[in-house]
Write a protein that binds this ligand. Structure first.
Ligand code: SF4
Length: 436
C-alpha cells in the first residue's frame, strides 16, 4: 500500500499540539531560556553598497579603520572609553556560573571593552576580572549595594529587556545555591521572581530623582545608562533622555534571557532593526543625537550585524547570547546531558533548568568545571576580535576610516519588510516601502 499522505495543519502544527498538551499536563505557562524563536526582519535583510566607481575603498593592509568608542559624554566626568564598539550585556551571577561571569569579564578586558553585572549584585571575581564594569540597578535590587556603586565604571538602570519587556526576572530554585542566595539575601533553593518595575518610582519624574541620587553617590564621575526592552521606542527613548540618561541601551525582541515565560519571548516587543531606527529618530527629534549615545542589543551575532547597526546610527552594540555561544553554549559535546534535558546540541534553550551541559548557566560545581575560565575567555575574545575585524573590513570597503563613519547611505534593503522598518530603499530601486 502507498504511504499515506500526511497533512499538517498550519494552525495546529506539531509544535502547537505539543505545547497545548504540555500545558494540559502542567496547568501553567511555559518557562524557557534563550530568545524569540520566531523569524523576524533583521539586520541580515540589509546589505552594504560597498565602494566601486563612485566611492574609493580603503586599503586593508595599510590604511587604519578606527574602532574606538566613547559612551556617556553627556554629564559624566569620566565617560566609558572603549577600544571596540561591542560591549558585553548584563547577565546575572545566578543565571550564569561564576566561571562564565569571570570569563566574560576577562575577555572584555583583553579587547578593551566593558562587561555588565546583572540581577543579584556585583560578584567580586567579576569585578576583579573586568577592567570596565557596568553595574546594573534592577527593579529587584537583589544584591544591590550602594558601596559597589563606587567600584563601578558606569551604572545601568534596567527598566526592561528585549526578551521580556514588562515582565520581571525569574531564577529557578535549582540555581539558587548558598552563594547566590547569600548575595541576594533570599532563601536557598526557592524560585526567585524579580519584580517587573522599580519599587521607588512610577514615572520619569521619579526616575530623574533616582538618577540624581546615583550621580551624587558617584560624584558625577561615571555615566548612567538606561536599558529598556524595545516596545514604544520613540516615546520611551525621549522620556529616558528627559530623565537624564547619558546612554540609552535598547534591547530588541531577539534578545535572550536565562528564564522567562515563553509568551513574552514570542509575543512582546519589537525586533532590533526597527527599534534601532526609531531610537535614532527619537534622539534626532529632540536634538541629542551624538550627545546621548545609543547601544543596541538583541540578536547581534557578527561583524556585519555590528557594522549595520553602526551604519543605522548606533554608537555601539551589546552581545549576550552570542557571547555564551562563543564560550560553548549549544556545542555538540556531552550529548547525553542535552538529551537528559529533552533536547540536542544546537536546539538547547534550557538555561532555566540549571543543568547546562557546558557549565555556563548552572551553579552545579561539576557542570561548571566543564567551563575552564582561560579557555572560555579565549573563545569569547577571539569571537569579539573576529567581529571587530569583520566590521572594519566592511567599513574599509565602504571607504570609511572609522567604523563610526558608516552611515545609512551605505545600506539598502533586500526585503519589503526591512525597507519599511529601516526606511531604506529596496536594493536596486529608489523605492522605500511606506515613504515612496
Ligand atoms: S547549552 Fe547551556 S547556556 Fe546554552 S542554551 Fe543550553 S543550558 Fe543555556
Amino acid at each position: 500500500m502507498d504511504d499515506p499522505i500526511l497533512h499538517t495543519s498550519s494552525t495546529f502544527n506539531p509544535q502547537v499540539i505539543a505545547a497545548i498538551q504540555e500545558r494540559a499536563e502542567l496547568g501553567r505557562y511555559m518557562i524557557r531560556g534563550f530568545g524569540a524563536f520566531r523569524n523576524v526582519p533583521r539586520l541580515d535583510d540589509l546589505v552594504f553598497l560597498t565602494a566601486s566607481m563612485t566611492r574609493l575603498p580603503l586599503e586593508g593592509y595599510r590604511e587604519k579603520c578606527d574602532t574606538r568608542t566613547v559612551l556617556g559624554t553627556r554629564f559624566a566626568k569620566r565617560p566609558m572609553e572603549l577600544e571596540i564598539p561591542i560591549t558585553v550585556a548584563g547577565m546575572s551571577f545566578g543565571a550564569l556560573s561564576k566561571n562564565a561571569k569571570v570569563a566574560l569579564g576577562q575577555a572584555a578586558t583583553w579587547l578593551g571593552t566593558s562587561t555588565t553585572t546583572g540581577d543579584g549584585g556585583m560578584l567580586p571575581a567579576e569585578r576583579d576580572a573586568s577592567a570596565k564594569l557596568v553595574y546594573q540597578c534592577l527593579p529587584s535590587r537583589y544584591g544591590f549595594n550602594p558601596k559597589d556603586l563606587k567600584k563601578a565604571d558606569a551604572i545601568e538602570i534596567v527598566i526592561g529587556q528585549g526578551a521580556k519587556p514588562g515582565g520581571g526576572g525569574l531564577l529557578m530554585g535549582q540555581k539558587v545555591n548558598a552563594v547566590v542566595a547569600g548575595m541576594r539575601t533570599l532563601p536557598e533553593g526557592v524560585d526567585q521572581r524579580s519584580p517587573s518595575r522599580h519599587p521607588d518610582w512610577i514615572g520619569p519624574d521619579d526616575l530623574r530623582i533616582k538618577i540624581e541620587e546615583l550621580r551624587e553617590a558617584t560624584d558625577w564621575e561615571i555615566p548612567i545608562y538606561i536599558k529598556m526592552g524595545a516596545t514604544r521606542v520613540k516615546d520611551d527613548v525621549k522620556l529616558a533622555v528627559k530623565a537624564g540618561a547619558d546612554v540609552i541601551v535598547l534591547d530588541g525582541m531577539e534578545g535572550g534571557t536565562a528564564a522567562t515565560q515563553s509568551i513574552f519571548q514570542e509575543h512582546s516587543g519589537i525586533p532590533t532593526l526597527p527599534a534601532l531606527v526609531q531610537a535614532v529618530e527619537a534622539l534626532k527629534e529632540i536634538g541629542v543625537y551624538g550627545e546621548v549615545q545609543l547601544v543596541i542589543s538583541g540578536g547581534i551575532r557578527s561583524g556585519p550585524d555590528v557594522a549595520k547597526a553602526l551604519a543605522l546610527g548606533a554608537d555601539a552594540v551589546s552581545i549576550g547570547t552570542s557571547a555564551l555561544i562563543a564560550m560553548g553554549c549549544n556545542k555538540p559535546v556531552y550529548i547525553e546531558d542535552y538529551q537528559a534535558l529533552g533536547t540536542e546540541p544546537y536546539h538547547c534553550h534550557h538555561c532555566h533548568t540549571g543543568r547546562c551541559p557546558v557549565g555556563i548557566t548552572t551553579q552545579d560545581e561539576d557542570l561548571m568545571a566543564r567551563l575552564p575560565i582561560e579557555e572560555a575567555s579565549t573563545h569569547v575574545a577571539n569571537y569579539l576580535q573576529s567581529m571587530v575585524m569583520e566590521a572594519q573590513s566592511l567599513a574599509r570597503s565602504c571607504g570609511k576610516s572609522s567604523v563610526h563613519n558608516l552611515e545609512r547611505e551605505d545600506l539598502v534593503a533586500l526585503t519589503l519588510e526591512a525597507s519599511a522598518m529601516a526606511k531604506l530603499p529596496l536594493a536596486g530601486t529608489d523605492f522605500i516601502l511606506g515613504q515612496s
